[in-house]
Design a protein around this ligand. Structure first.
Ligand code: NAD
Ligand code: IPM
Ligand code: MN
Length: 356
């Protein structure tokens, strides 16, 4: 039968609570749709770092390379500096496996509340397509004259034609599959005078190859305002690494809760494993209580199944999430409920098993 090997990295904080629920639902889907998942569990985290001085072992990437996909929780904990933990685990995976697309759906689900007045599910349904390997997240730069009055730090943004064109192309191709066929570009060419005009140039060039797609572009500042005031304007929003990061927390917040937002770090050519993780982080403020929302993780699991070719199973998981939210099933506090993390995972696994 069909079989997939999944590397499981719960990471830190609530990642340890959401990942088991994601696996519970994936297991139910595998049984129902007749495929096998072989799991390799890795406890790489800030705890590992404190014990060994590394976030993952030296051969970590080689081990992950043997998997079909990576299922990750969250990385980062207050006792290790974020730039150390994230650049020791999450970012090297995204870059090392050339997962150049970060795909982040933002959707107001029936039965959940948006903080925006007079908005419903028809108004908030778009994708953020984030460039995931270059841009503002570069390792080029440094610090000089440390501790002196002349202290100097710099970090260079790096945009390559190859890197920009491939993410733009992905966004246009995605828009082709959507009813509204629209791509919005996030830019800041009034203030950032080399990289952003270049991005705009490539965007205009790419648009020429897609005459059926409507295009739009906004500077990132007013674009944030439009996310709040006019979420219905957006269909596919494409942005650089940093702008995409910002928009992909704002989008889910506008759609109700960051706790349900999924993400896929994709290498579309399938030359390397892709990685699936919720948009949120390790949430130290609520970790350890099993009150966090596991839906972002579970939905990320559905995106993983779709990437692996198990579309039917992926659709079933999404249907069950929609039904649970629409019909008043168990919900966690971020959605105004009282349920625990495991209650939600169990309810969804049962719904899958029952043929939902
Ligand atoms: P966060 O996403 O962890 O938390 C922000 C807020 O949202 C908190 O109040 C938290 O309680 C709430 N929240 C997040 N997920 C939730 C869920 N599933 N259910 C209910 N509420 C939820 O962001 P942060 O506080 O900026 O970051 C905490 C740590 O996580 C930092 O170390 C940060 O670097 C890291 N981080 C990692 C990732 C990742 O692994 N991809 C993403 C973001 C942040
Ligand atoms: C995300 C996170 C990460 C990012 C951080 C933790 C490095 O915010 O996945 O959105 O900026 O990519
Ligand atoms: Mn983020």
């Amino acid at each position: 039968s069909r079989s997939y090997r999944i590397a499981v990295v719960p990471g830190d904080g609530i990642g340890k609570e959401t990942v088991p629920e994601g696996l519970r639902v994936l297991d139910a889907a595998a049984r129902r749709f007749g495929f096998d998942l072989t799991l390799d569990h890795y406890d790489w985290s800030c705890e590992t770092y404190k014990k060994t001085g590394r976030m993952m072992p030296e051969d970590g990437m080689e081990r992950l390379a043997e998997s079909d996909s990576i299922f990750l929780g969250a990385v980062g904990w207050p006792d290790v500096p974020d730039h150390v933990s994230l650049w020791g685990l999450l970012i090297p995976i995204r870059r090392g496996f050339d997962q150049y697309i970060s795909l982040r759906p933002c959707k107001l689900m029936p039965g959940t509340k948006t903080p925006l007045a007079n908005r419903g599910p028809a108004d908030i349904d778009f994708y953020v397509v984030r460039e995931n390997t270059e841009g503002e997240y570069s390792s080029s730069g440094g610090r000089m004259f440390e501790g002196t009055p002349r202290e100097f730090v710099s970090q260079e943004s790096v945009f390559t034609r190859h890197g920009v064109d491939r993410v733009l192309k992905y966004a246009f191709e995605l828009a082709q599959t959507r009813p509204r066929k629209k791509v919005t570009s996030a830019t800041k060419s009034n203030g950032i005078t080399f990289t952003m005009p270049y991005w705009d140039e490539r965007f205009a060039e790419m648009a020429k190859s897609y005459p059926g797609i409507t295009t739009d572009q906004f500077h990132i500042d007013i674009l944030c305002a439009h996310f709040v005031q006019h979420p219905d304007w957006f269909d596919v929003v494409v942005g650089s690494n940093l702008f995409g990061d910002i928009l992909s927390d704002l989008g889910p917040a506008v759609a109700g809760s960051i706790g349900i937002a999924p993400s896929a770090n994709i290498n579309p050519e399938k030359a390397h494993p892709s990685m699936f993780e919720p948009v949120h982080g390790s949430a130290p403020d609520i970790a350890g209580k099993f009150i966090c929302n596991p839906i972002g993780q579970i939905w990320s699991g559905a995106m993983m199944l779709e990437h692996l070719g198990e579309k039917e199973a992926a659709d079933a998981i999404l249907r069950c999430i929609e039904k649970l939210l629409a019909e008043g099933g168990p919900r966690t506090r971020d959605l105004g409920g009282q349920a625990g993390t495991e209650d939600v995972g169990r309810a969804l696994a049962q719904a899958i098993a029952a043929g939902g």
